[in-house]
Design a protein around this ligand. Structure first.
Ligand code: UDP
Length: 330
């Protein structure tokens, strides 16, 4: 039985990874500072003997050290994420992402523990070469636009992970998450699928930003976490970066229409200019689509859930959340 440490394990993706590893008969310890993560995400796991939770930050090296000393591998998902936070508090984003990852990598190198580093499709920036391949150039905007600090901080995390692999022999693998969706995701930090579903179920206007012609590929979180678990078990993947996402592209106009139809909502679909939706200086990405050949070759990665299945799951999840208003206090 393997011991796993998941940083950021009370977050949306982290909690699904915890669930997946427990289903595989493994032990899981989650460390999370509950800044954007929530106890609600892991409440169904807390009674399990193979599961442990520690509240704390990855900036605390002593804590990371003591947890890593007792584990077989580390999944580093703790990060400052979400468009709102990035635009409003870039200093916190940069600090958490770079110092946190540096701490995790340094400790993992000390104990020679394999580590998965979560990165993001944001690192491709506004590149227009579609689909994005792991070795493509990255195209970021100016430092005067705080939006790019997130992409830049994650790019540094990747450089750090690859450097630790190269110079210290650390078994480290990087996954670039594209848009991921599924049960328990909250629209609170800007994520569009739960936002549209929440608006549709509440009968509120569904807010499409900009023209709505921008496209994204949404991957079911279950597909993503199984690939993450396989990557860390694949020594040939160490020292490499992998895109993890779906190839099914949809425009935000179509997504809004599909959410409205599937929820049988009477909500209006409205268009909100970007200047109103985000604080000034935010640049939206026109299209984002991964080339997943590399992950397919390394770990047989093939997203199994369609967008319709994702919507079914998210709708059920948002419905159950709104019918149990006291969940947040658990
Ligand atoms: N979006 C939208 N309405 C919302 C929230 C987001 O139209 O209420 C758009 C957003 O501008 C972007 C897309 O949905 O074009 C995906 O946004 P999200 O924040 O989920 O992910 P990311 O921008 O990181 O791809």
């Amino acid at each position: 039985m393997q011991n796993n440490l998941i940083t950021g394990g009370a977050g949306f993706i982290g909690s699904h990874l915890a669930e997946y590893l427990l289903e595989q008969g493994q032990r899981v310890v989650v460390v999370d500072d509950l800044s954007t993560g929530s106890l609600d995400n892991i409440k169904h796991l807390r009674s399990r003997r193979e599961f442990g939770f520690v509240q704390g930050t990855v900036l605390n090296r002593t804590l990371v050290d003591s947890l890593t000393a007792n584990t077989d591998r580390v999944f580093h998902l703790a990060a400052a994420v979400g468009v709102d936070l990035i635009v409003k508090n870039p200093a916190r984003v940069i600090e958490t992402n770079i110092l946190g990852t540096e701490t995790v990598l340094a400790v993992c190198a000390e104990y020679k523990v394999p580590v998965f580093i979560a990165s993001t499709s944001e690192v491709y920036g506004k590149s227009e070469k579609m689909p994005f391949r792991e070795d493509d150039d990255i195209v970021l905007g100016p430092t005067s636009k705080s939006r790019w600090s997130y992409a830049c901080s994650k790019a540094i995390d990747e450089f750090l992970a690859l450097a630790y692999h190269e110079s210290r022999g650390l078994p480290a693998v990087v996954g670039r998450f594209f848009n991921t969706a599924g049960p328990r995701q909250t629209g609170q930090y800007g994520m569009v699928v739960p936002r549209f579903v929440g608006q549709a179920l509440a009968g509120e206007p569904i807010t499409v930003y900009g023209s709505g012609e921008q496209t994204r590929c949404f991957c079911h979180v279950r597909d993503v976490v199984s690939a993450v678990a396989k990557l860390i078990e694949t020594p040939a993947a160490y020292g490499q970066v992998f895109n993890l996402g779906s190839r099914e592209s949809v425009s935000m106009n179509e997504l809004a229409a599909r959410v409205k139809a599937r929820t049988e909502s009477s909500s209006k679909i409205t268009h909100v200019p970007f200047e109103e939706a985000y604080v000034s200086g935010f640049e939206d990405i026109v299209a984002r689509e991964p080339d997943i050949t590399k992950a397919r070759q390394a770990v047989d990665f093939e997203p199994r859930h369609t967008l319709d299945e994702i919507l079914t799951d998210v709708i059920a999840s948002v419905r159950s959340r709104t019918s149990q208003p006291d969940n947040a206090t658990l």
